[in-house]
Design a binder for this molecule. Structure first.
Ligand code: ZN
Length: 327
């Protein structure tokens, strides 16, 4: 096997941490590490930090750069993956029109490619996680916001400006919560860790009570999505209500997605996916009641499998596919 001693690097750029991992040709992790992003210092500094992570990773694992086949990077925000360009990133100050791939090229002999962070997660789950073997699938990542990516008839969807599949900005209410996209009532403002916590706080402000208030000593700023899951398990009525409402709304959103795309699989990932069946049960009930019957009954809704490694593994899988011309 000519590629026996070859490796792929995957980078997962987050607001707080840069995660980096090196994988063998079977996508088994050989080494991984995490360093602080220091995003406030601007793009040039962050790109330097990424190169530092690569140096540490290859030194610690004793893999010379000559044995690296390619490197993939998952970057938050709007990107042009063909140009290797960050167009705009809401949580990263100064990342407008930053040519990430060109900035990395002088340092490495192997190809470097970038894609949106959610889309690289999609590649990972599709090839090595919950989506193995599927030709039509949708990945949602429920974190502070709602991200999504789509595989349709065996191809990852990009769209005219690489913005296809923004399920999180599907309008659910004509006059809803304002969204930073400029619109309001977007699904992600409700179905995300932040969104669910906001729903919970609204209900407290309306005068409802919860067991959770004793945990936070009535400081609503301390409420988290994980706490709502915990109180749900103890039968807290407000937690049951909020989880059900959030799942139901996601179910209506997914009924639209299912009617539009007819996927066989919807994968729910991200930190809030830890809510598991508490959230997925009302999602499935709503999909069964409201999606087109054949489409709804043919679509499975499952939790993601890759967990913390979704970003680095996805970036590595994406890089290999891109380098081999398969995507
Ligand atoms: Zn929006």
């Amino acid at each position: 096997m000519e590629d026996k001693n070859k490796y792929t690097i995957g980078i997962d750029l987050g607001g707080t941490n840069i995660k980096a991992a090196v994988f063998d040709t079977g996508f088994k992790p050989v080494a991984e590490l995490s360093i602080l992003t220091e995003a406030a210092e601007g793009p040039a500094h962050v790109l330097k930090r990424i190169r530092l992570a690569v140096t540490q990773l290859t030194e610690e694992s004793n893999i010379p750069l000559e044995q690296i086949l390619c490197m993939g990077m998952g970057i938050p925000g709007l990107l042009d993956p063909e140009e290797g360009l960050s167009v705009f990133s809401p949580n990263f100050p100064g990342w407008e029109q930053i040519h990430i791939v060109n900035e990395m090229k002088p340092y490495y002999d192997f190809p470097v490619c970038i894609d949106n962070d959610v889309r690289v997660n999609l590649y990972g789950e599709w090839q090595h996680g919950a989506g193995r073997g599927a030709r039509n699938l949708v990945l949602l990542t429920l974190g502070t916001g709602l991200g999504s990516g789509i595989v349709h008839d065996g191809k990852v969807l990009y769209g005219t400006t690489f913005s296809a599949g923004e399920v999180g900005h599907m309008n659910m209410f004509r006059q809803g919560r304002p969204c930073r996209c400029g619109s309001s009532g977007c699904l992600g403002r409700y179905v995300s860790a932040v969104g669910m916590v906001n729903t919970f706080k609204e209900k407290l402000q309306e005068g409802k009570n919860s067991l959770l208030q004793t945990w936070t000593r009535y400081d609503n700023g301390l409420i988290t999505a994980a706490m709502i899951s915990e109180a749900y398990d103890l039968g807290d009525p407000l937690s049951l209500e909020v989880m059900h409402e959030t799942g139901e709304l996601l179910g209506f959103g997914l009924a639209n997605v299912i009617n539009l795309l007819n996927p066989e699989l919807i994968i729910i990932g991200g930190g809030m996916a830890a809510a598991g069946e508490r959230l997925l049960r009302p999602v499935r009930d709503t999909v069964n009641a409201h999606a087109l019957k054949l489409s709804g009954s043919s679509c499975r809704i499952v939790q993601a499998e890759l967990g913390n490694r979704a970003g680095t593994l996805g970036a590595a899988v994406y890089a290999q596919q891109k380098c081999s011309g398969r995507q």
